[in-house]
Design a protein around this ligand. Structure first.
Ligand SMILES: NC(=O)C1=CN([C@@H]2O[C@H](COP(=O)(O)OP(=O)(O)OC[C@H]3O[C@@H](n4cnc5c(N)ncnc54)[C@H](OP(=O)(O)O)[C@@H]3O)[C@@H](O)[C@H]2O)[C@@H](O)CC1
Ligand SMILES: Nc1ncnc2c1ncn2[C@@H]1O[C@H](COP(=O)(O)OP(=O)(O)O)[C@@H](O)[C@H]1O
Ligand SMILES: [K+]
Length: 521
């Protein structure tokens, strides 16, 4: 799914109005009606107090449409206008008049000196104060209002984006944003729903289709893509009936040191389970017996040293090499890596201490083949590119780093982001059960296994991150967050592959009714 920027959304609005020959007021009516339908499907006329808070721009206009439709349907509605600026948008004013025509309970104007209305925990707050047009930090009294919302413990439904949350800046503090229970976002989810510093402002989100110009939406490329099953399915390379292991490449996993041979075992197993034809592990001598025992399918090549990698020398011709899991940062290992890089032309995946070595000796970056994949967790990323001010600054720095060194960078975490030059691929699978030792080693193995069988490094990375998370999602159903461990992720990789071709569940009755209701508008 594409994540459109604020500018692209405004452009889509403009073109829709022109091409569909409708007014901006009609478009607002469509947007507000979609939110009304969503509420109506769930509340079915229940007399829960609904407090609709409107700003004075178009987000507020949406709020007025929602309030009017709820009133017309007999809901128990109170409407407030949060007086935050002297300017009112044209469509806000039109809808302000329209609501006055349908009820004697005119919207209450709230300003800084007023007491806030009584709201109980069982009530619903509709937050239509600021949308994507937020252009400065909010005033202290509005912050207090947001804090008050939070204290009421009421269900907060944000329209388009939680008010106070900008699409391109991290909020100055947690009180300057509405903490939404649910956000109904128009056209596209917003990138801030996925970033570590801002995802907390909405527990759930859903996209509402408001019928914007299809041509524009189809033909516009975005800087950010959200990666789910629909996005990875086209990447899948099918297997022919007469295929043989020679067609799926040979992964070489170089890593490990005394006490950290398990990392290589995990990455090697994951590589084979992701479909590599052959897998060899390259480890210090102490790794020979453990890997042969724990993972009989692997071939093992050993260093001359018992405990660390001191020289990378092999006779095989791998299709892809992974370096770094459990390898340590001994000077001899760094030198061995440098010597290897000087003559290597094979695609590379670098993880863990491999990244720490690059951070220690930046000159090695110039020796990496084009489109080498780096998979840092936050600490490794910081060592590599230095500190960042906030999540947006981090993305800017990673993009610059990716462009400068021609690398693919995987920013691991919840919603792992793969960065390739200016483009971001935001993953949707995975869960906190995966925050466990060795799960990153498994990811390295999956990426390596996919490159081995012919996926481009970028496609392999996007696909592997998805599969890794999906396996974790299957595994967590059996093991729960606490007991899930990295080996389980490998065990469920097969389910993640099979799930790609599973047809979606038939829609539930409620969804059919909802679709019917939407069609009528
Ligand atoms: N295609 C779509 O997605 C559609 C989107 N639609 C809706 O439009 C929304 C965008 O509307 P928008 O551009 O009017 O901006 P919005 O968010 O209402 O805020 C701007 C207003 O707030 C003010 N203001 C800003 N910051 C402030 C602050 N800190 N403190 C105080 N005031 C502040 C600013 O005032 P000013 O700077 O002019 O003084 C201005 O008046 C979008 O989110 C969606 O809900 C649908 O209606 C149609 C289809
Ligand atoms: N809360 C989470 N939600 C989804 N995925 C997660 C979460 N926490 C960790 N992960 C995933 O687990 C992996 C952890 O990698 P890493 O920290 O390198 O582990 P290790 O070094 O132990 O192998 C990454 O792929 C990351 O995206
Ligand atoms: K809002």
């Amino acid at each position: 799914m594409k994540l459109f920027s604020k500018e692209q959304i405004y452009m889509a609005d403009k073109l829709t109005i022109e091409r569909q020959n409708i007014s901006s007021t009609d478009l607002m009516e469509r947007a507000g009606s979609q939110v009304f339908n969503w509420i109506h499907m769930r509340l079915q006329g229940a007399q829960v107090p609904i407090h609709v808070f409107c700003g004075i721009g178009n987000n507020g206009g949406d709020g007025l449409v929602i309030a009017r439709q709820l009133i017309l349907d007999g809901y128990n509605v109170k409407t407030y206008v949060v007086n935050c600026s002297d300017k009112r948008s044209k469509d806000f004013l039109i809808n302000y008049d329209r609501i006055k025509n349908v009820t004697k309970k005119w919207p209450t104007l709230l300003s800084c000196d007023d007491d806030f209305p009584v709201i109980n925990a069982e009530d619903v707050i509709v937050d239509a104060i600021f949308g994507i047009g937020l252009n400065r930090p909010v005033d202290p009294w509005i912050k207090n209002l947001f804090k008050y919302f939070r204290n009421t413990k009421a269900f907060v439904l944000s329209v388009d984006i939680p008010s106070g949350l900008s699409t391109e800046n991290i909020p100055v503090d947690e009180d300057s944003v509405v903490w939404a229970t649910y956000t109904l976002s128009f056209v596209t989810p917003k990138l801030v729903f996925f970033l570590p510093e801002t995802a907390k402002y909405t527990v759930h989100w859903e996209v509402l289709n408001i019928g914007l110009d299809e041509d524009f939406l189809m033909n516009t490329t975005t800087e950010v893509d959200l990666i789910g099953k629909n996005e990875v399915l086209p990447l899948y390379i099918p297997r022919e009936q007469f295929s043989h292991k020679g067609q799926f490449g040979h992964s070489l996993i170089i890593g490990g040191c005394y006490g950290k041979i398990g990392a290589v075992t995990l990455a090697s197993k994951a590589s084979l389970s992701a479909g590599a034809g052959l897998v060899s592990a390259y480890v210090p001598k102490c790794g020979y017996i453990p890997i042969q025992t724990a993972f009989p399918e692997a071939m093992v090549i050993t260093d001359t040293d018992d405990e660390i990698i001191t020289k990378i020398d092999f006779k095989i011709t791998p299709s892809v090499v992974s370096f770094g899991v459990g390898v340590g940062t001994d000077t001899k290992t760094i030198n061995a890596f440098e010597d290897f890089l000087k003559q290597n032309k094979t695609p590379l995946v670098i993880d863990a201490d491999g990244i720490n070595i690059l951070a220690k000796k930046k000159s090695l970056l110039q020796l990496l083949p084009l489109n080498t994949v780096l998979t840092p967790h936050p600490k490794e990323l910081e060592r590599l590119i230095g500190d960042w001010k906030d999540d947006f600054d981090k993305l800017k720095k990673v993009k610059a780093f990716s462009k400068k060194h021609k690398l693919i960078i995987v920013i691991k975490g919840a919603h792992t982001i793969t960065v390739f030059q200016d483009k971001l691929y935001v993953n949707t699978t995975g869960n906190p059960g995966m925050a466990t030792a060795g799960s990153g080693d498994v990811l390295t193995g999956i990426i390596t296994g996919l490159i081995s069988q012919g996926y481009s490094p970028l496609n392999a990375t996007i696909f592997a991150v998805y599969l890794h998370g999906k396996s974790g999602d299957f595994a967590v159903e059996k093991y729960g967050y606490q007991s899930l461990n990295a080996s389980h992720i490998i065990n469920y990789l097969g389910d993640a592959f099979i799930d790609l071709f599973r047809l979606p569940e038939p829609p539930q009755e409620e969804e059919i009714e909802e679709a019917e209701a939407t069609k009528k508008d």
